[in-house]
Design a protein around this ligand. Structure first.
Ligand code: GTP
Ligand code: MG
Length: 324
């Protein structure tokens, strides 16, 4: 049985507590998710903590997914009743539009103040989300200079910090937060792959092998439109069809690193995280994943499927599977 991936360091527990306190003083929430895994970086509690506050949903790292996927996500979220805003906090794309939206969402605050005879004040906005999704980079972009620390690993921001953008907008940079227990281990592996949780909480080889399996599955589901055919073969001289992700990693180690599987795993993870493999997502809108049904082909009764033997051993649990 695979060990479970869990990560909930002390600074996050503390941050969550003070964040909940600060939320009372905040007018608008900017929830930032990773565009590669917008479902797995959804924090289930944010809406409960501040049910009455307007929340702007940002999918950052837009440069790390194929551009045609943006429209598909927009439509999917729209169908869930939610507008989304794409940004690239590294290159500053989508930032101006976001600042406007945040300010607009806070207008109601000043309308309310004015109606009570109070002077208007700047809109207080918190930037909230999982670790390493680019919250601090987004703030630096909104301010136009580096005011808060931002770096390529989870847990960079350790404390809450207010930053004044201008007379109209104050931003609160918060440490990345995530649920105390990662019940969904499929999501946990994706968090590991995207560098959103501490490196000590998982095994490189297991998650790297899982990455290969996920990329192959996405290749198949989207017929190469989202993850191109031969993506790994062209880079590491090992064909994806060699077998499982684990088989792939072993072969990759043999071909490129004198049998050093750990080195192969690290290389694969690094290439994926740095975008060397190109814009590769790990999640696509569920509507895209639905198998296409050809209306011209009549459905046949399922007579060819072997009944499952009750005594057959269950498949070995991989790190991507849900724990019991
Ligand atoms: N390619 C790309 N990289 C980004 C983007 N946004 C942020 N980054 C990079 O991602 C890394 C993490 O960014 P941070 O701003 O530190 O992330 P954070 O959410 O504040 O992380 P914590 O403080 O640890 O919770 C940095 O190296 C950024 O330069 C983006 O849109 N595209
Ligand atoms: Mg940060």
């Amino acid at each position: 049985m695979s060990p479970l991936i869990q990560w909930y360091p002390g600074h996050i527990a503390k941050a969550e507590k003070s964040l909940k306190e600060q939320l009372k003083r905040v007018d608008v929430i900017l929830e930032v998710r990773d565009a590669r895994i917008p479902l797995s970086t959804h924090h289930p509690r944010i809406a409960q903590w501040a049910p009455d506050k307007p929340c702007v949903l940002v999918l950052n790292r837009q440069d790390m997914i194929p551009s045609h996927l943006r429209e598909a996500w927009r439509e999917w979220f729209k169908a869930q009743g939610q507008d989304i805003y794409f940004t690239d906090a590294k290159d500053g794309k989508g930032i101006k539009a976001l600042a406007k939206i945040a300010a607009k969402a806070g207008v109601a605050v000043n309308d309310r103040r004015e109606s009570r005879g109070m002077r208007p004040r700047s809109v207080r906005t918190v930037v909230i989300g999982y670790p390493n999704v680019g919250k601090s980079a987004l703030i630096n972009r909104l301010v136009g200079r580096r005011v808060v620390e931002s770096a390529r690993k989870a847990g960079v921001t350790r404390q809450l910090r207010w930053v004044r953008i201008d007379d109209n907008l104050d931003l609160l940079d918060a440490p990345g937060i995530l649920p105390a227990r990662l019940d969904d281990q499929t999501a946990a592996v994706k968090l590991a792959l995207c560098d959103d949780i501490g490196t000590a909480s998982y095994d490189n080889q297991r998650v790297a092998a899982n990455l290969v399996d996920q990329l192959k599955a996405l290749q198949k589901i989207t017929q190469g439109r989202v993850v191109p055919e031969g993506l790994l073969r062209d880079r590491y001289s090992v064909d994806e069809s060699i077998g499982t992700g684990e088989d792939y990693l072993i072969a990759m180690g043999e071909v490129n690193y004198q049998g050093d599987i750990e080195r192969a795993a690290r290389k694969l993870l690094q290439d994926f995280r740095k975008g060397v493999l190109g814009p590769v997502p790990l999640e696509i809108p569920p509507t895209l994943a639905a198998p296409a049904v050809d209306p011209d082909i009549e459905q046949q009764p399922e007579t060819t499927t072997e009944p499952e033997s009750e005594t057959s051993a269950p498949a070995e649990t991989s790190t991507s599977e849900q724990p019991n």
